[in-house]
Ligand binder design. Structure first.
Ligand code: ZN
Length: 172
């Protein structure tokens, strides 16, 4: 089931999400809903706080090549356990900040540890778009948005645009 995505600014996007103590059917259903919502948007990553749910759960699929099989990843309690000194710059966007983009510098390679849908611990080293995306999504779990990396003036401009967008949407 598709769920509505919160738009910045929203206090629920600034909160630190709580770790998942035990996997449940409810959480697995939430993960399925998040994948459906992400693919429909369309986007390459989504974090539970973007649906107003303060749980450490993210989903992502950064396969971009046409014809390549999708690779949906569900990560409970994801953690960056190692990061490269080497950095890379990507023009990032966010489903909670529609149509706004900004360059963000992050470690080019990160090793991430998480629990998969079956509760098994997984560890993987990611680079390229996957590395950027997983760091962006984990930031959401700590109440951090990509615009927090931008210069204050740019951040304020984007926030004003979003306030206006939300007002327009509320009006219908
Ligand atoms: Zn985002």
């Amino acid at each position: 089931m598709k769920r509505p995505i919160l738009i910045h600014p929203d206090p629920r996007l600034k909160q630190v999400a709580a770790p998942v103590p035990d996997l449940s059917d409810g959480l697995r259903t939430l993960a399925e809903d998040m994948l459906e919502t992400m693919y429909d948007a369309p986007g390459i990553g989504l974090a539970a706080p973007q649906l107003g749910i303060g749980t450490r759960l993210i989903v992502l699929d950064c396969v971009k090549e046409e014809g390549e099989a999708p690779r949906p990843l569900v990560m409970f309690n994801p953690e960056v356990v190692a990061a490269s000194d080497e950095t890379s710059v990507y023009e990032e966007g966010c489903l909670s900040i529609p149509d706004q983009y900004g360059e963000v510098t992050r470690p080019a390679e990160v090793t991430v540890r998480w629990l998969d849908r079956d509760g098994n611990e997984q560890t993987e080293t990611m680079d390229g778009l996957w590395a950027t995306c997983v760091q962006h999504e984990i930031d959401h779990l700590d109440g951090k948005l990509f615009i927090d990396y931008l210069k204050p003036l740019r951040r304020q401009m984007i926030t004003r645009k979003m306030v206006k967008l939300k007002r327009e949407r509320a009006r219908g």
